[in-house]
Design a protein around this ligand. Structure first.
Ligand SMILES: Nc1ncnc2c1ncn2[C@@H]1O[C@H](COP(=O)(O)OP(=O)(O)OP(=O)(O)O)[C@@H](O)[C@H]1O
Length: 267
């Protein structure tokens, strides 16, 4: 993730047909330095009665394929607000967020939802698996209305094998360990072949060893599938694994952190 975007990366985007991974490398992505998402001078304000809260105050960011970024910061510093913008769940009040060179503010709500489903996967601390569905059915869930259920089933099986659960396809969530549940959730997040995975406290409910396994899986996904991962975390060891730590303080990026290879972190 690049949080400092130089002028040399400025480019007039062309119009990609869609915003999912299949567009990689698209002309627009290449021109914009291969960025999946880009934010320029992003401000987000919330209006409550007569009070305006400036949750983000003009931040810049860029996410490239296979980036691993940890967002850290004190409570109320704007982490969830940023994650919502990165996940196309919200749009900025000022500034621009663009997906593959397309300004998300120009999308209709339906379009934004469609592009989000194709480009972005979500993983949460609480897994959010459906207890009455098997592991396989949970992974298929986002494509339940898909017109090619056979392909979806095959894809879901492949993904569960990919995350090491090929022998747990027919298990229900309460028959799985915490780490296995998170693996199912990760497989589910990959069903539409996203370019970006947003992980909100992905190890928050796991012990250290199991958390390490999830981080190792993230590494594999980045290396083998070029998936970019952005996580919000309070776990220092998760931040240590990230290429870049983004320290949000009161709506601004206080310290972009050093790379893990440099031996320092902003967390
Ligand atoms: N829907 C909203 N309406 C009004 N204010 C909001 C809304 N959502 C967030 N805020 C305010 O915006 C600021 C940033 O909130 P945000 O939830 O992004 O912080 P956070 O860093 O994720 O916090 P935490 O670590 O506690 O989850 C806070 O001051 C919060 O009160």
């Amino acid at each position: 993730m690049r949080w400092d975007i130089s002028d040399s990366e400025e480019a007039e985007p062309t119009e990609p047909a869609e915003a999912g991974r299949e567009d990689l490398p698209s002309d627009a992505a290449s021109l914009a330095g291969d960025l999946i998402l880009r934010g320029e001078d992003v401000t987000k304000e919330y209006q409550t009665g007569t009070q305006t809260v400036r949750a983000l105050k003009g931040i810049d960011f860029g996410i490239a394929p296979s980036d691993f970024v940890a967002i850290v910061g004190p409570s109320g510093s704007g982490k969830s607000t940023l994650l919502n913008l990165l996940g196309l769940l919200d749009v900025p009040t000022d500034g621009a967020v663009s997906l593959r060179g397309q300004d998300v503010s120009t999308f209709s709500d339906a379009d934004r939802t469609r592009k989000r489903k194709r480009a972005i996967g979500f993983v949460f601390q609480s897994f959010y698996l459906i207890p009455t569905l098997t592991a396989l059915e949970n992974v298929e869930m986002p494509r339940m209305l898909d017109k090619t259920p056979v392909k979806t089933r095959e894809r879901a099986k492949t993904l569960l094998q990919r995350v090491g659960l090929g022998d747990r396809l027919d298990h229900y969530p309460d028959e799985l360990s915490g780490g296995q549940k998170q693996r199912v959730a990760i497989a589910r997040s990959l069903i539409n072949d996203p370019a970006l995975l947003l992980a909100d406290e992905p190890t928050g409910n796991l012990d250290r060893d199991t958390g390490d396994e999830i981080l190792a899986l993230f590494d594999e996904l980045r290396a083998e599938e070029d998936v970019a991962i952005v996580t919000v975390t309070h776990d220092a060891y998760v931040a240590e694994e990230a290429d870049r730590v983004v320290n949000l303080v009161d709506g601004v990026i206080e310290d972009t952190g050093e790379t893990a290879a440099d031996g320092g972190h902003g967390a």
